[in-house]
Design a protein around this ligand. Structure first.
Ligand SMILES: [Ca+2]
Ligand SMILES: [Ca+2]
Ligand SMILES: [Ca+2]
Length: 215
């Protein structure tokens, strides 16, 4: 998933250039071929372009749907493996830059996570709806395309109650707010050697003590 991000961006740029080439520019070299593979739909009353259906790989089957407001792209939905369910949702801002990319963590056509890119094209964060109801309750923060930390509202009360940190690809710590104080009151620290240590902040003053130590 993470490694696909840059491919996604490249693919998106390609699709956009093909679409605009076929529809709006008359001098592009692949114009005729691309035009054959694109089906536009226009608003009956205003005549504005609403939807472009596109067969990106030319196998005769539509795999890309671009929802448009005239010449402006609003959203592109892609069925990459052509199994009949969408697996990538691209959302565009008014500046026509890719805002976020939705995807299905279960690959079942249900959009449950949204990736946001950093200016260099790497993943900045991924928002997740772990209940798959469209509500974001987990946010993962990435550095150099590696998960660095995550925070989650596990009980759905709107407040973060679980925090994870990562060291490379290894989970380094998980902290929980079991007392609904808004801050963690217990945490598990995982060593690189496979050890784990439980610490508790019983007073809520940010001072954690290992449970097997005398306080
Ligand atoms: Ca196709
Ligand atoms: Ca699919
Ligand atoms: Ca919560």
């Amino acid at each position: 998933m993470v490694g696909q991000s840059n491919n996604f961006l490249t693919r998106t740029a390609t699709i956009l250039s093909v679409l605009s080439c076929a529809l709006f520019v008359s001098t592009c070299s692949d114009n005729a071929d691309a035009k054959k593979r694109i089906e536009p739909t226009y608003d009956k009353q205003t005549g504005k372009l609403q939807l472009l259906k596109y067969d990106s790989d030319g196998n005769g089957k539509i795999d890309t749907w671009s929802y448009m407001d005239g010449t402006r792209v609003l959203r592109i939905e892609i069925d990459r493996n052509e199994d009949g369910t969408i697996d990538r949702w691209e959302y565009y801002g008014t500046d026509q830059k890719l805002d976020k990319v939705g995807f299905s963590r279960e690959n079942d056509g249900v959009e449950d996570a949204w990736s946001y890119a950093a200016p260099d094209g790497s993943i900045a964060r991924i928002e997740v709806s772990t209940r798959r109801d469209g509500k974001v309750n987990r946010t993962e923060y990435y550095e150099k395309n590696l998960l660095a930390r995550a925070e989650e509202d596990t009980d759905g009360d709107g407040k973060i109650d679980k925090w994870e940190t990562y060291d490379g690809t290894r989970l380094a710590s998980v902290a929980f707010d079991t007392a609904h104080r808004g801050t963690p009151d217990r945490r598990l620290l995982y060593g690189a050697d496979g050890t784990a240590r439980l610490e508790v902040d019983s007073k809520g003053d940010g001072h954690f003590v290992a449970v097997n130590q005398k306080q």
